[in-house]
Design a protein around this ligand. Structure first.
Ligand code: ZN
Length: 399
């Protein structure tokens, strides 16, 4: 009985400490009395716990700030998250690149490293590179008094987050790779492995421009199409079997083109990099007087978006169609989830002002309610997955 009560007390303390860090991170700088109001904790509890966090270097005191008086006394001293005490490593295993980065407690990307990979890159290569980056960063940051709390890994495809197994990553040719075990064996540190787009949404919610916005849908459009959903009070949606967010495999055009998943008419089969380039090539080559600006094998969606902006009618019609399909998918998500933000990440189809206007137009046209959400671009661009992966481990260990 006694052990249980001691454990409950320490769990409660741990949960209160996390609540204080979270609140200061999201609302800070704040005074101790504001912290009492925001967390519902008593003044002695806030005073005791903030003392521990100041000693640990997680919080820092700004000193009395004029103009922020509470009552008649002197201005209160404000607290904010220091950022320097802890950091985490984030790794994103992409289609052609392995991106690695160190992210501090304020969501700031410190060091980064990018390695080109291909279908020939083995699991061992990826693990070896990640471990080497971790060790180098660990040594460098230790000298500055910063402790690395663990490593998060963002992988495309189906990931069993509980076990840290990449169940199926078609672009890497991985099936049932226990990424978590391999890293834990070598590092002995906390490891989280999750789907890359889900993690991108998590990073945006904690540290991006869409932070504190309540509910966001982050949509990634590139070689694949996926989404990450963050909901108020629930956080990042994993799904009952870790498969939530497979937006790309929602049927948008029954009987449409064949998808990599074996079904027809999925959103991904209509708007992925390969789908848009394929449709453009097909139509452009059969159009009279067509002249491709680059050899067909070098054509990308980014080039097609530029052609559309320069007045290429085939490019415009292909992208308009793709935008119409994406808008239908987004409106379905909006009707079901009612987000406050839709955040885009990926190639120029999702990010350029021209195509974005068409995507927004189609989304509005298919929404049931008056649209109240905002559209925005993901904050960390090419490092969105890296920041998200590091955020997952910061959240698990400290937030
Ligand atoms: Zn599919």
């Amino acid at each position: 009985m006694r052990d249980l009560s001691v454990r409950n007390q320490s769990e409660m303390k741990d949960s209160n400490i996390r609540q204080i860090i979270r609140t200061v991170l999201q609302q800070g700088p704040v005074s101790r009395s504001e912290l009492c109001r925001l967390t519902g904790l008593t003044p002695p509890a806030v005073s005791g716990l903030t003392k521990i966090l100041l000693e640990d270097g997680i919080l820092t005191e700004l000193g009395p700030v004029n103009g922020k008086r509470e009552g008649a006394g002197r201005p209160p001293s404000l607290l904010k998250v220091a950022g320097k005490s802890h950091a985490a490593i984030g790794v994103e295993i992409g289609v052609s690149r392995l991106r690695m980065g160190t992210v501090n407690l304020l969501g700031k990307l410190l060091d980064t490293e990018v390695v080109e990979i291909s279908s020939k890159t083995t699991v061992d290569d990826v693990i070896h590179r990640s471990v080497a980056f971790y060790r180098r960063q660990e040594a460098k940051l230790a000298a500055q008094g910063t402790r690395i709390v663990g490593i998060g890994v963002a992988v495309t495809g189906l990931v069993d987050t509980d076990s840290g197994i990449s169940r199926f990553a078609p672009n890497l040719g991985w099936r049932n790779v226990n990424v978590k075990d391999l890293l834990v064996q070598q590092l002995g540190s906390p490891v989280i492995v999750d789907n890359n787009v889900r993690l991108m949404a998590l990073g945006e919610e904690w540290f991006g421009r869409a932070r504190n916005s309540g509910s966001i849908i982050l949509v990634q459009v590139g070689y694949g199409v996926g989404c990450g959903i963050v909901l108020p009070k629930l956080g990042l949606l994993q799904g009952s079997f870790n498969g939530a967010g497979e937006f790309g495999h929602c049927t948008i055009l029954p009987g449409g083109p064949m998808c990599s998943c074996g079904k027809r008419g999925c959103l991904e089969a209509l708007i992925s990099e390969r789908a848009i380039v394929g449709t453009y090539l097909q139509r452009s080559l059969s159009a009279p007087n067509s002249a491709l600006p680059v050899p067909p094998e070098n054509l990308t969606v980014n080039i097609i978006v530029r052609l559309a902006a320069d007045g290429d009618e085939v490019a415009q019609s292909v992208l308009r169609e793709a935008a119409a399909f994406l808008g239908i998918g987004l409106a379905n998500l909006v009707n079901i989830i009612q987000p406050t933000q839709i955040v885009f990440s990926g190639n120029a189809f999702a990010l350029s002002p021209t195509t974005r206007g068409w995507i927004e137009e189609s989304t509005y046209a298919h929404c049931f309610d008056q649209p109240k959400f905002k559209f925005s671009n993901a904050t960390f661009r090419n490092y969105q997955g890296v920041v998200g992966a590091a955020t997952a481990i910061l959240e698990k260990e400290l937030l």
